[in-house]
Design a protein around this ligand. Sequence first.
Ligand SMILES: [Zn+2]
Length: 327
Amino acid sequence: MGITLLDSIGHAQLPTSRHFRIEKLADGVYAAIHKPGGYGICNAGIVDLGEKTLIFDPFISPEAARDLLRAAEALTSYPVAYVVNSHFHNDHIRGNQVFAPPATVISTTRTRELIAQHEPEAIAAEKDYAPKRLKQFQAALQAEQDSLKRRELSLMVDYFQALAESNPQLKVTLPNQTFDTQLILRGKDRTVKLISYGKGHTESDLIMILPKEKIVFTGDLLFIDHHPYLADGFPEEWIAALNNIGKLEPEILVPGHGPVGQREDISTMIGYIEMTDRLTRQIIREGKPIEILSGLTPPHPYDTWLLSTFFIPNLRFMYQRARGEVK
Ligand SMILES: [Zn+2]
């Protein structure tokens, strides 16, 4: 699927793709936001460092990543030198193979270990279950009338379709440059800082800071209008990481999922984690069993968030955690 650089009357415009929408954040800095029906799933970033280009979180599928590469080349006129993986989840790393080699793929040391540990097995398992789950979600979508539920189911269809279609061409492409707490990348025109606060959404997450532009690409430490996935995470450290991001006083935040946001979105995200903790502790205090959680629905303002399929598993995780049954 190609990108388009000119509209019908020849005006220059931002590259387009069926997988994502490009949003210009500053000169040389772009967010690529997942588009419904596309195979991006997460959000990516394109940063012109000056004579070299950086890609942040290259999507779930090589197909979407190929469009991202074309968009980056069109926007910056320079080759992609760096690809950054914010954490090990498949939707943020599977595009690596489109850029590397020759690009250098950067992550934390622990994220590289987690990719090496999980990916071969995940890709093998998806070969079988992704087409099955795809059929289930397609059938559910066809039967659903409610517009919010249809948007939700469409996103799950996109996710499993991306997995099923890309499976035969996937090659595990590990990061080949790693760090633990901080890495500064200096280009001719721009410097970016990669920072890891350690545990959060996963055992190891990193964020990318553009100090001059006051922009932060957060990876999945921040979700906007989407339920986060808590069960690989560490809620206390996650909240601490979000507070640290707030202290950077960013003006623009690019979340792992959802639209580009602002500093206020950090407290909404912290509120979500605290809400799941409060709800489950209340149920434990009342002596109710874990099964009761299945009947709960997300409270306002989270009742319109997508990825609501994570809500019950999130509550179960927080319940088991509060009882000391999981880490
Ligand atoms: Zn994630």
